[in-house]
Design a protein around this ligand. Structure first.
Ligand code: FES
Ligand SMILES: [Fe+2]
Length: 352
């Protein structure tokens, strides 16, 4: 398989956020918003036009200049090199300034991808054959919560490693001894896990007394009661935290695969108390925790999850083992096409 033990082709069948709406709008230098992003090694241009947001290969089919260097005109994108203009509905060329009397070659069409905006994020799917959906976001849809979008960040690791780090229960007292965990208070636990349709893995983490802290409604750390984890295959996770003081906080994250060795994480910190309080402490506390993880995760060699024989697992690595098992099974399903991926994600099964 390509890219190590898992085949990165598989992730092309899934929706991934590629930028925030504000990142896209910030790319507007007076000629419309065109932003170049990379998803699974494919360079894309995200365009905000009169009819909405659309995603194309960042390549003009004429002489291969980057479309992101061009500009938006109403419902179309104009290439900066020779001015060919492409409609955003289907990417077809609708104007060639140097040949105004046509005909326009049939192959003059920018490659277009599925694109949607949800949770103020721009989502792209490179291959629609598995009929996958954009992941849910419980707190976003719940009016009792306030959700704050954190700054997205890029790490030199595969999305699967990044996600695994987010779901890991045993690293708190070592990597986060003064923030999430407490040095010397071990947290090895083997939670029950269940698999839900749409590729969701769920488990509850109930730490021993004093073992774990979490962000409270003011952005400070206070004792955690338990966390409900919902992994959304392949690279998303929601942490629904209930604190000892009864407050809830929800962390939502998706690690988008830029390529085989880099991922960009998009995340929200949500709270159901102190809704009028300042947001910044929530971002700052979370960023501090993330900074504790980055060196460890980027040091993992290789960046991709390797063959099981190349690493060692013990019982409390259950979450990681189950997650990897699901990723592997998805890659296996992909070999038989998108429909098989869809079947895998929508099949009811016994708890794992
Ligand atoms: S390369 Fe784009 S118009 Fe020629
Ligand atoms: Fe961590």
């Amino acid at each position: 398989m390509a890219d190590g033990y898992l085949n990165d082709e598989t992730w092309r069948y899934f929706w991934h956020p590629v930028c925030t709406i504000s990142e896209l709008e910030a790319a507007d230098r007076g000629r419309g918003a065109l932003l170049s992003v990379t998803l699974l090694g494919t360079e894309l241009v995200i365009a905000k036009t009169a009819s909405g947001v659309a995603a194309f290969d960042n390549r003009c089919p004429h002489r291969s200049a980057k479309l992101a260097l061009g500009w938006v005109e109403g419902d179309s994108i104009r290439c900066a090199y020779h001015g060919w203009r492409y409609g955003t509905a289907d990417g077809k060329c609708i104007e060639i300034p140097a040949a105004p009397n046509g005909p326009i070659p049939r192959r003059a069409q920018a490659i277009k991808y599925d694109c949607d905006v949800r949770y103020d994020l721009v989502w792209v799917r490179l291959n629609g054959d598995a009929d996958t959906s954009i992941p849910g976001h419980t707190a976003w849809d719940d009016p009792s919560f306030k959700c704050v979008l954190g700054p997205s960040y890029t790490w030199k690791t595969h999305s699967a490693r990044r996600l695994e780090n987010f779901t890991d229960l045993a690293h708190f007292p070592f990597v986060h001894p003064n923030t999430l965990g407490n040095a010397g208070v071990q947290t090895y636990l083997v939670p029950d896990m269940d698999f839900r349709t749409e590729g969701e893995l769920h488990y509850r983490y109930a730490p021993p007394e004093g073992a774990r802290k979490a962000m409270n409604s003011t952005g400070n750390l206070s004792p955690l009661k338990y966390t409900d984890y919902t992994i959304r295959l392949p690279f998303g996770v929601t942490l629904d935290l209930t604190l000892q003081n009864g407050e809830r906080a929800v962390l939502w994250v998706w690690a988008t695969p830029i390529d085989a060795t880099h991922c960009k994480s998009f995340w929200f910190a949500c709270r159901n108390a102190d809704l009028d309080g300042p947001d910044q402490p929530h971002i700052d506390t979370q960023m501090k925790i993330l900074e504790e993880d980055i060196d460890i995760v980027e040091s993992q060699d290789p960046e991709q999850i390797p063959h099981p024989m190349d690493e060692i697992a013990v019982g409390p690595d259950k979450v990681s083992l189950m997650y990897r098992k699901c990723l592997y099974e998805l890659c296996h399903a992909m070999e038989n096409g998108g429909e098989e991926i869809h079947r895998y994600l929508t099949t009811e099964r016994d708890n794992i």
